[in-house]
Design a protein around this ligand. Structure first.
Ligand SMILES: Nc1ncnc2c1ncn2[C@@H]1O[C@H](COP(=O)(O)OP(=O)(O)OP(=O)(O)O)[C@@H](O)[C@H]1O
Ligand SMILES: [Mg+2]
Length: 251
């Protein structure tokens, strides 16, 4: 479990997180939702230790996050940030292979090479593997970064809007991958997501953030309602059921 307690974070003179407390369950897919500017990425950055905690606590599987070594963190948590700014003179295959670094520290074994090969196949990157990152499209780049996090093979995987730029085929394929990782390998996945239908179809748990505070949190079937979503986005959203599945309609 990732346990966030009374997290407050100020950027400039804006309080972007205001005494946020939330538990993120293990072995499940958690959707982190909320309007633009709500504080989702900030929360993810703090959990990923991309920025120091100003006030409050985060525990990763009962351990104080600030006490975990950088080496240990890289073995336990993989992160795909919203902003994929990185040296573009890197080939796709090298970026993906970089995800294995925490495991081999520069001495890849056959297992590492096999993991990279498999990820390139699973994320449909084989034909692109020799290309530089500045020679591929936004969606292709997004897939390369997800593949890099995937090969890291950590218990926790945090993804900030990984569906950005992905067409329906790749978005579906990515969500199926994440489901398999949670169901078959017991991985814990946190995904910041704006597409409510992908979230409804795949997330076990929802955490909704609004104006730096938790609007609601809990099991998908229990907390995601038309009222809760409409209130969250200040726009009408209707949940309807068809063939036993739930969909969010907003137009
Ligand atoms: N460097 C900064 N200085 C001041 N305010 C900032 C800074 N970075 C972000 N913010 C503000 O912090 C708030 C939270 O931003 P954050 O990126 O966490 O939102 P988000 O929920 O991820 O939104 P989105 O859905 O648009 O990605 C926003 O109001 C944003 O304008
Ligand atoms: Mg964001």
């Amino acid at each position: 479990m990732i346990s966030v307690s009374e997290l407050t974070h100020t950027l400039g003179n804006r309080r972007v997180l205001d005494e946020v407390s939330a538990d993120i369950p293990k072995g499940k897919i958690t959707a982190l939702i909320g309007p633009n500017g709500a504080g989702k990425s900030t929360l993810l950055h703090l959990i990923a230790r991309h920025s120091p905690i100003q006030a409050g606590f985060i525990h990763l599987d009962e351990e104080d996050l600030t006490k975990i070594s950088a080496t240990d963190m890289a073995l336990r948590m993989a992160v795909v940030a919203q902003d994929l700014g990185v040296s573009s003179r890197l080939r796709v295959k090298d970026l993906v292979a970089f995800g294995r670094w925490p495991k081999h520290h520069g001495r890849p074994t056959d297992k590492d090479r096999e993991a990279v090969k498999q990820a390139l196949e699973e994320f449909h990157l084989v034909d692109l593997q020799e290309r530089f990152l500045d020679e591929i499209s936004g969606g292709q780049k997004q897939r390369a970064f997800v593949a890099m996090a995937y090969v890291q093979d950590t218990d926790w995987l945090l993804l900030d809007e990984p569906l950005n730029n992905l067409d329906i085929r790749y978005a579906k394929s990515l969500m199926q991958h994440l489901r398999k990782m949670a169901e078959e390998k017991g991985k814990s996945i946190v995904i910041v997501i704006h597409d409510l239908n992908y979230a409804l179809a795949n997330a076990d748990y929802f955490i909704a953030v609004k104006e730096g505070q938790i609007a609601f949190a809990g099991e998908t079937s229990q907390v995601v309602t038309s009222e809760a979503l409409s209130h969250l986005y200040e726009a009408e959203v209707n949940i309807i059921e068809k063939d036993g599945k739930r969909f969010a309609f907003h137009h």
